[in-house]
Design a protein around this ligand. Structure first.
Ligand code: COI
Length: 355
């Protein structure tokens, strides 16, 4: 995470669009800041990284990203503390994970100093865009795409690594109703489920649309073989609370190694919650719901933060979850937000001051 001497080329926007944006009514991922980070890969190496005004990019219609989906991304956030200082949360984890995703999609690793120098500089240039209202933050979207033209089905020899920024409130407003997957799958063993590959998300859109039409916002994916085990929700990892025990599936090559997920596990263990990180059967969650032992389900992710689930459906039956006072979801959200917004001690060194 050191700031090395990256040859960063900067072109500033002539005018800021900041004043045109209604910060009281932000829709997730709709508005982008004045600048973006771009770095091209060609001739076997990453070229001089640049910060340029946010705007369209030009690619040939035959660029490989359009045909074979050779594309990966990350999700991070920048938080403003009450003194106006900007913080990131465990950015080393996102940096490491995008490199794992790049490797899985046969794309070249991105240099650490380019990532951190680019991100720090971009955040300083667009500082005025970081929301200060409670619960708001600046969503950071690093991504990489295959830009070589030509439709042969082979890895590209040219790429673009970019970072764009979007002021945001939480991804889900209010409670979430979920459907447990019984027919479609998100990921299979040996596949790309653990990577933030763009195609993992595209493949979820159709089954999620069907779930939306049935009145559910999200699908909780199950194992592709028998749909017996609960895995993740696609935009977030999932936790279940049976009585006072917190359950979540272990990460695998089908499940994203979520930064929020692993932070909650650390907080839970250190705060003496009963935690079981193990395969979770759909049948035990249904049984627990029927007995009244299922107290909570919540999703955890960068965009979603901690999102309580108020109901789930399985085999045509909908189970409503009880309203819980002082829920685990609320407690973890508070613990995380207090660290992220620099309101609490950070014994884990998770907070990273933007330089
Ligand atoms: C994130 O939490 O950053 C994600 O990647 C979810 C996104 C698909 C909205």
């Amino acid at each position: 995470m050191s700031l090395a001497l990256t040859p960063l080329k900067i072109t500033k926007a002539n005018n800021s669009r900041r004043e045109e944006v209604d910060f009281d009514n932000l829709v997730f991922g709709k508005v982008f800041t004045d600048h973006m980070f771009v770095c091209d890969y060609e001739n076997g190496s990453w070229q001089t990284p640049q910060i340029v005004p946010y705007g369209p990019i030009s690619l040939e219609p035959s660029a490989k990203v359009f045909h074979y989906g050779q594309a990966v991304f990350e999700g991070m956030k920048a938080y403003k503390d009450p003194e106006g200082k900007t913080w990131l949360f465990r950015p080393d984890q996102n940096y490491q994970r995008i490199n794992k995703s790049l490797e899985r999609l046969a794309m070249p690793a991105f240099p650490e100093s380019y990532f951190f120098d680019g991100l720090n500089t971009l955040l300083k240039m667009d500082d005025a865009w970081i929301p200060t209202a409670e619960g708001s933050s600046l969503y950071i979207r690093p991504f990489a795409i295959a830009t070589e033209s030509g439709v042969s089905a082979s890895p590209s020899t040219k790429y673009k690594f970019m970072i764009i920024l979007s002021p945001a409130q939480s991804y889900y407003s209010g409670e979430v109703r979920v459907q447990i997957a019984e027919k479609y799958s998100r990921a299979a063993s040996g596949g790309t489920g653990y990577a933030k590959a763009a195609g993992n998300y595209a493949g979820q859109f159709f089954p999620t649309k069907l779930a939306n039409e049935a009145g559910f916002q999200q699908v909780i994916w199950t194992d592709a073989s028998n749909h017996e085990y609960l895995e993740e929700a696609g935009t977030m990892n999932v936790f279940f609370r049976i009585n006072d025990t917190l359950l979540t599936a272990p990460v695998s090559d089908r499940i994203l190694d979520g930064v929020t997920r692993k932070s909650i596990l650390t907080l839970a263990k250190d705060n003496h919650f009963k935690v079981e990180e193990r395969p979770v059967l759909v049948s035990e969650i249904v049984d627990a719901a029927q007995k009244g032992d299922l107290k909570e389900i919540f999703g955890a992710g960068t965009a979603a933060i901690v999102s309580p689930v108020c109901a789930f459906s399985h085999q045509g039956k909908t189970f409503e979850l009880p309203k819980i006072h002082d829920s685990f979801a609320e407690r973890f959200k508070t613990m995380l937000n207090d660290i992220q917004y620099n309101r609490a001690e950070d014994p884990y060194n998770w907070r990273y001051a933007v330089k």
